[in-house]
Design a protein around this ligand. Structure first.
Ligand code: APR
Ligand code: PHB
Length: 390
């Protein structure tokens, strides 16, 4: 069997790359270890930059997003009992973000791929990359006990942080930059109306809290927790009580409680691998980098990688030019590091670090005071939040 591009992973990165390449007449095979339902069962962030929305439209999957996505013109920062609105639209000359769950993005991309007839193998086990440092790379896998071997021109490693692609690169060829934060986020999804029409990011002595939503009837809330917290020790009632303690009184009074339909703990990490290209293997999305969720950049960063990589592959096929492929790693990393900086700085501003000194606490206070006092400071935050240009 032969395909032009083998994409490993059917998360948003792999699916979006597949859609953009398909549209350009390039034939792709997606190999996914899990089942379709398993992939769709993962709950992740839900804020899309305009650039991500535009890319989804370009890929032909913007219709439901257009109908159901909620356009947000701003968000609130709560800090030590005070509230500050970041007016995205005013501060960025009219730009906004769209609230639409990553699960829905994934579903739309899967449906679109199925309709296009492009092949996806779910339940692909033992995916192994071969000879990607030569002109004839291959990918092998087994399914239902049968082995398969696929020849291709290029391999796209879109298989997330724990995938096989990055792990296949010799350690000496890759450099890793990492920060693991000493806390996690405990998240709850519930079918209750959101406590505010805009997102609220709250920095509090008891720890960070975030009020988000999936729709006008479904809320997503998070509170900072310790990394070794046990999910079983968080009843719904305990979660709602702790959330309300960390919000300003107005928001707290508007929290509508109800049974959780999902509850999970996620660790926080910043991570970048360099470079992103190894011969005919290209890494994109979480396979290449992780950001802490503060600022909701994970999916958006995967989308910008895919933008650069899809353009480079299309150029290679249609113009017989390797310029885009040669530039991919540097172009993508230049944007990745800026987004890493933003996610790290928002995390550092709003979380409680057990280890922080009185000096570091005053630095957090001073940064919030600067945001309150300076339009330029708010503008910088807004520019990053709506998304840096590709
Ligand atoms: N073989 C095949 N598929 C694999 C393998 C493997 N060895 N390892 C992992 N995968 C699959 C996973 O099951 C998953 O479906 O690769 C997919 C990777 O998808 P994501 O983890 O969603 O990563 P990505 O597409 O880069 O999306 C980035 O999604 O993970 C979030 O926080 C992240 O929001 C960000 C966005
Ligand atoms: C979410 O809705 O899940 C969400 C929103 C904003 C973030 C992180 C997560 O910064």
């Amino acid at each position: 069997m032969r395909h032009q591009v083998v994409i490993i992973g059917s998360g948003p990165a792999g699916l979006l790359l597949g859609a953009l390449l398909h549209r350009a007449g390039i034939d792709t095979l997606i190999l996914e270890r899990q089942s379709r339902d398993y992939v769709l069962g993962r709950i992740r962030a839900g804020v899309l930059e305009q650039g991500t929305v535009d890319l989804l439209h370009k890929a032909g999957v913007g219709a439901r997003l257009e109908r159901e996505g909620l356009v947000h013109e701003g968000f609130a920062l709560n800090f030590a009992g005070q509230s500050l609105r970041i007016d995205l639209e005013d501060l960025t000359g009219g730009r906004t973000v769209t609230v639409y769950g990553q699960t829905e993005v994934t579903r739309d991309l899967m449906d679109h791929r199925d309709a296009s007839g492009a092949p996806t193998v779910y339940g692909a086990q033992d995916v192994t990359l071969h000879a990607f440092d030569t002109a004839s790379p291959r990918v092998s896998y087994t399914r239902d006990g049968v082995s398969h071997d696929i020849a291709c021109d290029y391999i796209a490693g879109c298989d997330g942080f724990h995938g096989v692609s990055r792990a296949s690169v010799p350690a000496a060829a890759i450099e890793i930059f990492e920060r693991v934060y000493p806390f996690g986020w405990l998240g709850v999804l519930a079918d209750v109306p959101p406590c505010s029409h805009e997102l609220i990011y709250a920095g509090h002595d008891r720890g960070f809290a975030l009020c988000s939503m999936r729709s006008l009837m479904r809320s997503r809330y998070y509170i900072q927790c310790s990394v070794d917290e046990r999910l079983e020790s968080w009843s719904d009632d305990r979660f709602w009580d702790e959330l309300r303690r960390r919000l300003d009184p107005v928001a707290a009074a508007h929290v509508v409680t109800g049974p959780s339909i999902e509850k999970s703990i996620a660790p926080l990490r910043s991570f970048v691998a360099e470079p992103l290209r190894f011969g005919r293997l290209f890494l994109a999305g979480d396979a290449a980098h992780i950001v802490p969720p503060t600022g909701a950049k994970g999916l958006n960063l995967a989308a910008s990688d895919v933008h650069y990589l899809s353009e480079a592959l299309i150029e290679a096929y249609t113009e017989k030019s390797a310029a885009g492929l040669n530039a991919y790693s540097a172009r993508a990393l230049a944007r990745i590091w800026k987004v890493e900086r933003f996610s790290w700085s928002m995390t550092t501003l709003l979380h409680r670090f057990e280890s922080s000194s009185p000096f570091e606490r005053r630095m957090q206070d001073a940064e919030f005071a600067y945001l309150q006092a300076s339009r330029v400071a708010r503008q910088s935050m807004a520019e990053n939040y709506v998304g840096l240009p590709f």
